[in-house]
Write a protein that binds this ligand. Structure first.
Ligand SMILES: [Zn+2]
Length: 486
């Protein structure tokens, strides 16, 4: 599960409900057979996979790292050993994609010849173009506002220079938007400035979340830059600027922070009779290290990955015993989720099978724990199931009623869910393409994105039940004659 933003704490919902629809469709496949194969998914096997995926050897499976690649190799090996085919035929199971890694700690910044220390004295962020400047003049432009009320650039020439400015707005400025940092940077750029320096009052006690976020390399989807690049922005401790100030000030900087690396999705496939497919997805990447400690991500999303692996094996067994599904089933283990749903974005932009033939995505993320809200562990949160196909919602409910017996909780399916979970895992990239989705989710707990999200805390009975639930819903979708209606 992807973190919401770096600036906001997570809010826990207490109430508010999605709409429950009556189950009107009947299940159209052999439910005895489906149940028989679902039982081949066992706690024992889930444990075996999760023990390995959440081991220290995989170092928290952070996108582009060795640990992530070891996890990819483990899933790849599982597909080979179980005779599960690759949708690519003989060319392997991996779908590689490029990722831009921005390491801001590599920036050099000097003020009047004194080299400042990253984080301690200043920070920088955004999308800086790799650039290098030596001893360019820095001009103080007050608040850096140029509006109908006030022009701080009047009589100043900042072309090919840096500007130094204060945050916020002075008294008397009506339009609060004039204080927006991005607006100020754009104004400076328009005036010809090539770098912007914000003087920060009380620097050491402010922007702590941002500084923590910048400590580690930041990843962006390669070529995914939505906005035009802005000049480099430096937020500097005002005290240091005061200390170093001279009559004329200069800065030097070098912002070669960007490097392109690769990451991988791992794809397994069960062929069907028709050219339609369904997707079962889970992200196998996690967040790597937090201040030297490994975040093993047992629940997030070792649980979903183990589940995907066991489900794939159960479907392959059914196929091997002569039960060919109507539709193909694609097992999509993605990476880059924690960095911004990269793997699923890349897949949906470069699908192996046409998206028009992809009838549903069942996504499994964090399903091995009990959250901090529920009274017991006999529940699952379902998100998105009724948004694109009411029939999908109904099928899933009937499967639960017939085989599983969870309390289905639609709290987070509310359109105004402040957590915005609907957009925070990989199903969202399918939903954006109008493909029906269900996000199976166990909710948040105190170990979410902490080094304590460990194997020992997983409820394997819960994980087994969720895995069978997803398997049985996928079975109905894959084996029924009729396609899913929207
Ligand atoms: Zn996560």
């Amino acid at each position: 599960m992807r973190k919401k933003t770096i600036y906001l704490l997570l809010f826990f919902l207490s109430s508010s409900c999605g709409i429950l629809l009556p189950a009107t469709h009947t299940l159209k496949t052999n439910q005895n057979k489906a149940e028989q194969y679902s039982k081949t998914i066992t706690q024992k096997e889930l444990k075996k996979h999760l023990k390995i995926l959440s081991s220290d050897e995989f170092e928290g499976r952070e996108t582009t790292t060795i640990g992530q690649k070891k996890a990819a190799a483990y899933i790849n090996k599982h597909f080979i050993e179980n005779n599960i085919k690759s949708p690519y035929g003989d060319t392997g199971y991996l779908q590689s994609f490029p990722v831009d890694v921005l390491d801001f700690s590599k920036v050099n910044f000097s003020y009047n010849g004194s080299k400042l220390t990253f984080i301690k004295d200043y920070y920088t962020f955004g999308n800086p173009i790799n650039s290098s400047f030596n001893n360019i003049e820095a001009v103080d432009v007050g608040y850096g506002i140029n509006s109908f009320q006030r022009n701080d650039f009047l009589g100043l020439n900042v072309k090919e220079k840096a500007v130094i400015l204060k945050e916020g707005i002075p008294n008397g400025i009506i339009d609060k938007k004039e204080g927006n940092w991005r607006k100020k940077v754009k104004t400076a750029k328009k005036e010809g400035a090539i770098a912007v320096i914000f003087k920060k009052e009380n620097y050491s006690n402010t922007d702590l979340n941002i500084k923590k976020y910048l400590e580690y390399p930041i990843m962006k989807m390669h070529g995914n830059q939505k906005s035009k690049p802005l000049p480099p922005v430096f937020v500097v401790d005002e005290k240091i600027i005061k200390e170093l100030n001279q009559d004329t000030n200069t800065i030097s900087f070098k912002t070669s922070v960007s490097q392109t690396k690769t990451s991988e999705n791992v794809l397994g496939f069960i062929p069907g009779v028709t050219d339609e497919i369904i997707v079962i997805s889970a992200h196998y990447d996690h967040i790597g290290y937090d201040r030297g400690e490994i975040c093993n991500g047992a629940d997030d999303d070792g649980s979903g990955t183990s589940s995907l692996m066991s489900i794939s094996k159960a479907f392959q067994k059914a196929l091997d015993e002569g039960n060919k599904p109507q539709r193909g089933i694609l097992f999509l283990a993605v990476s880059g989720e924690e960095k911004g749903l990269f793997g699923s974005q890349f897949y949906t932009e470069n699908p192996v099978f046409p998206l028009s033939k992809t009838i549903a995505d069942l996504n499994i993320d964090m399903v091995g724990r009990q959250d901090t809200i529920q009274q017991d562990n006999n529940y699952i949160y379902l998100i998105g199931s009724d948004r694109i196909s009411k029939e999908l919602h109904s099928i899933n409910e009937q499967i639960n009623k017939k085989h599983v017996g969870f309390k289905l909780d639609y709290t987070y399916n509310a359109l105004d869910d402040p957590n915005n979970f609907y957009q925070r895992s990989d199903h969202y990239n399918f939903a954006r393409n109008n493909i029906p989705v269900i996000f199976y989710f166990g909710g948040l707990h105190e170990d979410y994105h902490q080094p304590t999200d460990d194997f020992e805390k997983i409820d394997f009975l819960k994980l087994e039940r969720v895995s069978r639930f997803v398997f049985l819903t996928a079975w109905e979708l894959a084996y029924r004659k009729k396609t899913l209606s929207k």
